[in-house]
Design a protein around this ligand. Structure first.
Ligand SMILES: Nc1nc2c(ncn2[C@@H]2O[C@H](COP(=O)(O)OP(=O)(O)OP(=O)(O)O)[C@@H](O)[C@H]2O)c(=O)[nH]1
Ligand SMILES: [Mg+2]
Length: 238
């Protein structure tokens, strides 16, 4: 029997400012789900909404608020006495904000790009994009980092079109269609949804996608396998 992540149990675990410090960080070997996207897209807000916490991840009107890799440990939904951490949500610094100088960009590439490319325990990412302008060149840069991974058959990309409250029905549909077309071209399994932190539209869908990404690959199959009788083992009465 396997348990699912219980997002409201999330607690801050650690922050990492340099990629090389990641190996020394006090982190257990658990699956990770990172929230990435342009600065101000709503990554920190999405983590707070998912975990039902007001200020777990710092959100701000000022672009570039999140500067480090911030890890939040999530416990499983086992009975209270048996609960243990089963995953990390990771809030990443944004990219592509107006005042980016060469040094900031270089730092971002090393820290975030490096993390997205080489982190073995990273199971997938939620790519947060403003529904008013999805799939901008800066988003494509980020997708390019992910495409360099060697586990693209199982690595999951979930495109979260945020601030859906800021677009009309037709514009929202057009944004969704555009992102879906892009998703079909990508080499990794990719899903797309509209969402709003303001009116909580799409929150259940986000929760389901996040839980599914963090699930062990083949976990369902393994569970099903346990229930199947092994034909090589004689059973009572045979
Ligand atoms: N209207 C609306 N505003 C939102 C939504 N999600 C986030 N915001 C607002 O957008 C701003 C930026 O949100 P953050 O969550 O801090 O964005 P971020 O992507 O973490 O930004 P950085 O850390 O700078 O990369 C804040 O003022 C949020 O309140 C949404 O769904 N609708
Ligand atoms: Mg942030």
């Amino acid at each position: 029997m396997s348990y699912s992540p219980l997002f409201p149990t999330a607690e801050f675990a650690t922050s990492v400012a340099e990629l090389h410090a990641l190996g020394d960080a006090p982190l257990a070997l658990l699956p990770e789900l990172a929230f990435v996207g342009r600065s101000n897209a709503g990554k920190s807000t999405a983590i707070n909404l998912l975990t039902q916490r007001k200020r777990l991840a710092f959100s701000s009107k000022t672009p570039g608020r999140t500067q480090m890799l911030n890890f939040f440990a999530v416990q499983d939904d086992a009975p209270l006495a048996e609960r243990q951490s089963c995953a990390y949500l990771v809030d990443l610094p944004g990219y592509g904000f107006a005042k980016t100088d060469a040094m900031t960009r270089d730092r971002w590439d090393k820290l975030v790009g490096g993390y997205l490319f080489e982190r073995d325990t990273l199971r997938g990412v939620v790519l947060v994009m403003d529904a008013r302008r999805p799939c901008l060149p800066a988003d494509e840069d980020l997708i390019a980092w992910i495409c360099r991974r060697h586990d693209l058959d199982t690595f999951r990309l979930h495109m979260l079109l945020s601030k859906a409250d800021q677009v009309g029905t037709m514009e929202g549909r057009a944004a969704l269609a555009r992102a879906e077309r892009r998703a079909e071209e990508l080499p990794m399994p990719t899903s797309v949804q509209l969402y709003s932190a303001l009116d909580r539209r799409g929150l259940d869908e986000l929760r389901e996608a996040a839980a599914q990404i963090l699930q062990e690959p083949g976990e369902d199959a393994a569970d099903a396998g346990e229930a199947e009788p092994d034909p090589s083992v004689p059973t009572a009465g045979h």
